[in-house]
Design a protein around this ligand. Structure first.
Ligand code: PNW
Length: 491
């Protein structure tokens, strides 16, 4: 059994990691690599010490909401206890940084007082990383909002921005001597649309066409406030950088017709531009197409005002330019065409506001996630779109990865990384200013609505074992080799 395991591993190593058909491509000097996780997806310890509940605790414990396998993040990978093993794995991979997130309700259970144990946990983790010469990259908000704030409306209440600023200030004061890169929020588009619009994720509100826009509005203001707080109070002394990370798929027009091209462009603006335009564009504010369409649709539906909130002049100024880099999470691509039968929707929704038809080509390789197909060339196109739309900012890839239901012989994941990284290098050849790359994820973890049924890890996690045993997959060996040689075989 053991011998068989070792043989297959050796074999996959041979096939995957060292299959060099002649040409190697090097990453630019100074290019860095990392791996990522998020608090709710790995930590467990959901009620350890004085931690308060987050919206994900509430959501997974309430049977009205659906997690595919009925699971929760109560224990997850138990990183609350096993963080030293996590750091050991990050060190084994040889990467430059580890991106993890802090649980707001662990650090500040009631939003005002700090938790002694919460502070200790993140201090221990950061110090352990630094001991291994790994840079900590901290996401302040990766979806696990304290439940007490949700009871006050959560991100649909603009006061949440103030609470977020207080939480961020504490984090900068406590850890900023050692943490030099901060992300305010992770993927506001997915969080707001799924959590406040469609009701698929915590907090489970289905107020489509309204609440996702309120959520996004507050998040943009909160992000900017925290950016300026750091810039004005901490930056000079701590010398770190602050940004956020946005999700985007590439949207490929299904034909060259102007209707289809406009439809694809519209999705890009609603998915990425919604958050990127206010921060990264010269003029600031939401994309014009979003403002025009949502106003027009709202009026058609009998509302006197747009369902998309409006920023004040001061807010626009505060948000514009509030970044030190452009964080991007990218996984996949969709085909887009102009909607065939349009109608006035009496019930507002985000998808009716965008109003396109989309689909996958049938020959695009599947993953375990319905939304994720393997389309590596889309990565290059998206990076070029960002270069052209936002004046070639420094882009940092904070997530990219593949899901399966396999064990340690994850050949499809190896292929995914090989192909996506090749197209990333093509984008760099095109002049895109990409400085770092992060694989999602260090290890298998709680994949939100899908529970533990979809695996994204470089390390396999045996959830049945008491020590949540972690084992490197073929992709871990493969990634380690890329990081070590700073190069990859040409496809
Ligand atoms: C991201 N989509 O979520 C999150 O930041 C991670 O926490 C998550 O585990 C990872 O990607 C994999 O899902 C996404 O529908 C969820 O396009 C959905 C989509 C994209 C990203």
């Amino acid at each position: 059994m053991i011998v068989a395991r070792i043989t297959t591993l050796a074999l996959s190593l041979l096939i995957c990691a060292f299959q060099v058909d002649g040409k190697l491509r090097r990453f630019p000097d100074g290019f860095s690599f990392g791996v990522a996780t998020a608090s709710y997806q790995i930590e467990g310890g959901w009620n350890a010490s004085d931690k308060s509940e987050s919206i994900w605790d509430t959501f997974t414990h309430n049977s009205n909401y659906k997690i595919l396998d009925g699971s929760s993040g109560d224990v997850a990978c138990d990183s609350y206890h096993l963080y030293k093993r996590d750091v050991e794995m990050v060190a084994e991979l040889g990467v430059d940084f580890y991106r993890f997130s802090m649980s707001w309700s662990r650090l500040m259970p009631d939003g005002y007082e700090l938790s002694k144990d919460g502070v200790k946990y993140y201090n221990d983790l950061i110090n352990e990383l630094l001991k291994h010469k790994i840079q900590p990259v901290v996401t302040l908000f990766h979806w696990d909002l304290p439940q007490w704030l949700q009871q006050l409306g959560g991100w649909s209440n603009s006061l949440t921005a103030k609470h977020f600023q207080r939480y961020a200030r504490s984090a900068f004061e406590l850890f900023g001597d050692r943490v030099k890169m901060w992300l305010t929020v992770n993927e506001p588009q997915v969080f707001c649309l799924h959590g406040y619009g469609k009701g698929l994720k915590a907090p489970g509100l289905d107020m489509n066409g309204f609440a996702e826009y309120l959520c996004g509005h507050t998040m943009l203001k909160a992000h900017a406030k925290v950016y300026h707080l750091y810039d004005q109070v901490f930056k000079k002394k701590q010398k770190g950088r602050v940004g956020l990370t946005l999700n985007a798929s590439w949207q490929q027009a299904s034909s060259n017709s102007s209707n289809d091209r406009e439809a694809a462009q519209r999705v890009l603006e609603f998915e990425l531009g919604w958050f990127a335009n206010p921060i990264f564009s010269k003029c600031g504010d939401y994309p014009k197409i979003m403002k025009d369409r949502i106003l027009w649709k709202s009026q058609e539906q009998g509302y006197t005002e747009s369902r998309l909130p409006i920023f004040t002049k001061e807010e626009l100024e505060e948000i514009k330019g509030s970044y030190d880099f452009f964080g991007l999470n990218h996984y996949t691509t969709r085909m887009v065409k102009e909607k065939s039968n349009k109608s006035v929707a009496s019930k507002p929704s985000f998808s009716n506001d965008v109003e396109v038809d989309d689909y996958f080509e049938s020959d695009w390789k599947e993953s375990a996630s319905v939304w994720l197909r393997v389309v590596p060339w889309g990565f290059q196109k998206l990076l070029n779109w960002i270069k052209d739309s936002y004046d070639n900012p420094e882009v940092i890839i904070f997530e990219n990865g593949f899901s399966d239901r396999e064990g340690i012989d994850d050949v499809d994941r190896v292929q995914y990384y090989r192909d996506y990284l090749n197209y990333l290098l093509d984008a760099i050849d095109d002049g895109c200013n990409v400085s770092a790359y992060t694989a999602w994820s260090l290890m298998d973890n709680f994949e939100w609505n899908k529970g533990y049924s979809e695996r994204f890890g470089l390390y396999y996690v045996d959830y049945n074992s008491t020590i949540k045993k972690r084992t490197p997959k073929a992709s871990a060996h493969y990634f380690k080799n890329i990081v070590k040689t700073k190069s990859i075989e040409k496809i």
